[in-house]
Design a protein around this ligand. Structure first.
Ligand SMILES: COc1cccc(COC(=O)c2cn[nH]c2)c1
Length: 244
């Protein structure tokens, strides 16, 4: 998978080169190229923003700079492929595990990191004439820029790629794979600060253990994210589940 990131703070993306993702880059499972938006300015001040039409607080990122940068970075490759252009924004569609799975199937992702009050809308409208553009939110809060959201999304996507995680099974069993939150986990010692591990987990009865884990996941989901239960297809809840 090819990943390009356009930003005015390239150094913000350095963590992508550390640890697990760094190894994935070394193993050539992913390539990460970070591009400094200011390289596409032509004025002495390297201006990337300007005042908003219609007034209001803050600044808006200029279309010309983004247009040149995207033309340069998102050039069709040898077989005419263009990237999926992803713009992190509080005003975007929710980024979920399902989005991560969709992106993990793509050969090329390009991330546009907005700052200030956002990017001139014509940048997205113009790019959408050439490639699919997803305006995506990682949560209902406002960051200073899109860079942190890119770190989140790249990690969520890359961990799904074969060979990136040491233990691929965990990618399958993690939260949200069956639509429920993950229940509690335990490891040695059996007793810690007067707190014991639930007996069922040491029973060796895997049918009982699986049922206990599913009950814990259902209870936690009901308590913390009841709306996720509405999403579950009826056939995914058996009569035992409903009795909880
Ligand atoms: C594109 O325009 C802007 C403007 C302001 C901030 C940002 C950065 O993204 C977020 O703040 C965000 C992403 N998901 N949840 C919050 C982008």
């Amino acid at each position: 998978m090819r990943i390009d990131v356009l930003t005015i703070f390239p150094e913000y993306l350095e963590p992508l080169r550390a640890a697990l993702l760094g190894k994935a880059i070394d193993k050539k499972l992913i390539s990460v190229d970070v591009h400094d938006l200011r390289d596409y300015t032509h004025d002495v001040h390297k201006a990337v923003d300007d005042s908003p039409y219609g007034g209001g607080p803050g600044m808006v990122m200029k279309p010309q700079v983004w247009g040149e940068a995207l033309d340069d970075v998102c050039k069709p490759d040898a077989d005419g492929t263009l990237p999926r252009l992803i713009v992190p924004t509080p005003a975007g569609q929710p980024f979920t595990q399902e989005t991560a799975r969709e992106y993990a199937r793509l050969p090329w992702l390009a991330f546009a990191c907005g700052r200030y009050e956002g990017i001139d809308q014509r940048v997205v409208d113009d790019a959408a004439g050439r490639m699919q553009v997803d305006e995506v939110s990682i949560g209902d809060y406002v960051l200073v820029g899109g860079e942190v959201a890119v770190l989140v999304m790249v990690e969520a996507v890359a961990r799904l790629l074969p060979g990136v995680l040491g233990n691929p099974a965990s990618a399958e069993q993690d939260s949200f794979s069956d639509g429920l939150l993950e229940g509690p986990s335990y490891t040695r010692p059996e007793l810690w600060r007067g707190l014991a591990v639930p007996d069922v987990l040491r029973s060796g009865n895997h049918k009982l253990i699986d049922r206990w884990r599913r009950d814990q996941a259902l209870e936690r989901t009901f308590a913390r994210r009841p709306e996720l239960l509405d999403r579950l297809a009826d056939d995914q809840l058996d009569k035992h589940d409903r009795a909880l």
